[in-house]
Design a protein around this ligand. Structure first.
Ligand code: PLP
Length: 223
């Protein structure tokens, strides 16, 4: 077993109930997830559809699975029966497909809109105008088997704390703007920001959901 229990306990303490901790278990074996589960943890994040489906089948059914990797529309059907929260909705066509698969499974699927806040080009997500377009387009509830519960973003991979802070602050502003509109987000609503390297800054900037992998499970092997 290679989970870091000291880090787990100290992160839980730091979050102090103000943010949900998603344990990001991508590339890590089911035994590591089970070990954290046995300590009472239930929220786990995965990035790859096939890997998630395999783990879902092997592990206890009351785990709340969060999808945080890039999601192609044609793969939604594999996770639709059980996914707890999809953090990475970045187009209306993806939302439409999630709605379609949710109907087939007689459920409502909770989603976050992924916003591109980093200076880096390589990241996915909506820009500010696209985000506002998505909010306008979903206001009349055309996709009633989905609920938009908030926003997710990833800051730049950088040593520059000011840059990271600025990016998170920008996302929090967008989140607050949308929250104050008539439509707002479904409740409870989530601002998913912060990873192993930057979750402390994210918490200071108003995150209520952090996604932490390597601090809990150790470094991943680079593909
Ligand atoms: C892998 C991943 C994480 C966790 O990253 P760590 O740096 O290991 O904490 C969080 N969010 C997303 C979207 C990821 O892909």
């Amino acid at each position: 077993m290679s989970i870091n229990i000291d880090n787990y306990n100290s992160i839980k303490n730091e979050l102090a109930g103000k943010a949900t901790l998603i344990a990001v278990s991508k590339t890590k074996p089911a035994e590591d997830i089970q070990a954290l589960y046995d300590m009472g943890h239930r929220d786990f994040g995965e990035n790859y559809v096939q890997e998630l489906v395999d783990k879902y089948q092997q592990l206890p059914k009351d785990i709340r699975w969060h999808f945080i990797g890039h999601l192609q529309s044609n793969k939604v059907k594999y996770i639709a029966p059980f996914i707890h929260l999809i953090h990475v909705v970045d187009s209306l066509s993806l939302l439409r497909e999630i709605n379609r698969q949710a109907i087939k499974n007689s459920r409502v699927i909770d989603c976050l809109l992924q916003v591109h806040i980093a200076k880096e080009e390589t990241k996915f997500g909506l820009d500010d105008d696209e985000l506002n377009g998505m909010i306008d387009n979903t206001y009349d509830n055309q996709y009633p088997h989905t609920r938009i519960c908030g926003l997710m973003g990833m800051a730049s991979f950088s040593e520059n704390e000011d840059l990271i802070r600025q990016e998170f602050r920008h996302l929090k502003n967008l989140f607050d703007q949308i929250t104050s509109r008539r439509s707002g987000f479904a409740n409870p609503c989530f601002l998913s920001m912060g990873m192993s390297g930057d979750y402390k800054i994210a918490m200071q900037e108003g995150s209520n959901m952090v996604r932490i992998g390597s601090l809990l499970f150790g470094e991943r092997n680079k593909a």
